[in-house]
Design a protein around this ligand. Structure first.
Ligand code: 2AM
Length: 191
């Protein structure tokens, strides 16, 4: 319990964080798009791809979350960020990647590990649509075709070797993300 008598909770999610060079390239795209179309670009250090969103959770489950994440037996893989898109329902500009069996396997393994640890969710889960949020609050009339025409060709590949448990905290300047723990991808791929 906190001093207020409330059970301590954190807003938690598992995610992949891009390496610095890729984050810089995505940041440049996000800033240019926000300047051209309007909206608010995500800060470079906040760029990530969510694997599983847990929502508000008691801090008491953190040890069980760590155990579940350590049980994930997924192999490292490379992602190629190769597309941009616009979701009109939440006016969000996103970057997506080429289909990746490695990413799908990691998300599935993590979901299974969380389920078998009995982790439950208080917030409605969106379907898994891997993306990095580049900008929010784009004007409703932003032309989607002009977004998808922006090239991702210069972006470096993304070697994924670890995933992260992070907490999100609302603030006046938007959500702040703090990494809580890192988990290496170590499984050997069968040939
Ligand atoms: P977003 O960037 O598309 O909003 C921390 O908030 C992370 O969790 C963000 O990547 C956010 O995605 C994602 N997220 C927030 N609410 C979610 C939900 N209900 N289901 C899945 N992901 C969610």
């Amino acid at each position: 319990m906190t001093e207020n008598g409330d059970a301590a909770t954190r807003r938690l999610f598992f995610a992949l964080w891009p390496p610095a060079e890729l984050a810089a390239g995505l940041d440049a795209i996000a800033s240019a798009a926000a300047q051209r179309f309007g909206g608010k670009a995500s800060r470079r250090e906040k760029l990530h791809l969510t694997l599983a969103f847990l929502g508000e959770q008691s801090v008491a489950i953190l040890p069980a979350l760590h155990d579940a994440a350590r049980r994930v037996a997924a192999a490292p893989f490379d992602l190629v960020v190769d597309r941009l898109g616009l979701w009109r329902h939440n006016r969000l500009l996103w970057a997506g990647c080429a289909p990746s069996p490695g990413l799908d396997a990691l998300a599935a393994q993590l979901g299974a590990a969380l389920a078998s640890a009995g982790i439950t969710w208080t917030e409605r889960q969106r379907a898994f649509k891997p993306h990095l949020t580049l900008a929010r609050k784009l004007p409703a009339a932003t032309p989607a075709a002009e977004i998808t025409a922006i090239s991702c060709a210069g972006l470096p590949a993304w070697p994924c070797t670890r995933f992260v448990l992070a907490a999100s905290q609302p603030s006046a300047a938007g959500s702040l993300y703090s990494p809580l723990a890192e988990f290496p991808l170590t499984a050997v791929v069968a040939k």
